[in-house]
Write a protein that binds this ligand. Structure first.
Ligand code: ZN
Length: 139
């Protein structure tokens, strides 16, 4: 069973118990959800639902959000590839050299294992993971 915070069109808030989210959808479509205060059938999940155990307060990101995220990540990767030097597997060494002033300071990108990345961060080297190439991964 899950509980949803519901509200009618007039703003009366109440709780509704459902077997699962599909049961809520089915009852909402059938007009079986009725406000106990004013009998309004315009009932929907309250937008500011308090976190109640069992509710899905954090839904999956919408298609639109995913598209924006994807655009952002593709753009970020493109920016890095166009503006930074690809040092490949030398990345941990080069990043360290730049950090300690042993070589010219410049934007670089490349490969590092999780362990190497962790070591760099522990040393205070400013590194950030580059988003995966989504277009490439999709192919
Ligand atoms: Zn009402």
């Amino acid at each position: 069973m899950i509980v949803y915070s519901l509200a009618c069109a007039k703003g009366h808030g109440f709780e509704g118990w459902f077997k699962d989210s599909a049961a809520f959808d089915a009852q909402a479509v059938d007009g079986k959800l009725v406000c106990p205060v004013c009998n309004s059938k315009k009932v929907s999940k309250a937008p500011m639902a308090p976190a109640v155990s069992g509710t899905k307060s954090k839904g999956a990101p919408s298609t639109d959000e995913l598209r924006k995220m994807r655009q952002f990540m593709t753009g970020l990767r493109k920016y890095v590839e166009e503006n930074a030097e690809n040092v490949g597997r030398d990345f941990p060494e080069e990043a360290r050299k730049i950090h300690y002033g042993e070589t010219e300071e410049r934007p670089i990108y490349g490969e590092a294992s999780l362990e190497e990345a962790k070591d760099l961060i522990e040393e205070g080297v400013n590194v950030a993971p580059l988003p995966p190439d989504l277009d490439e991964a999709a192919n």
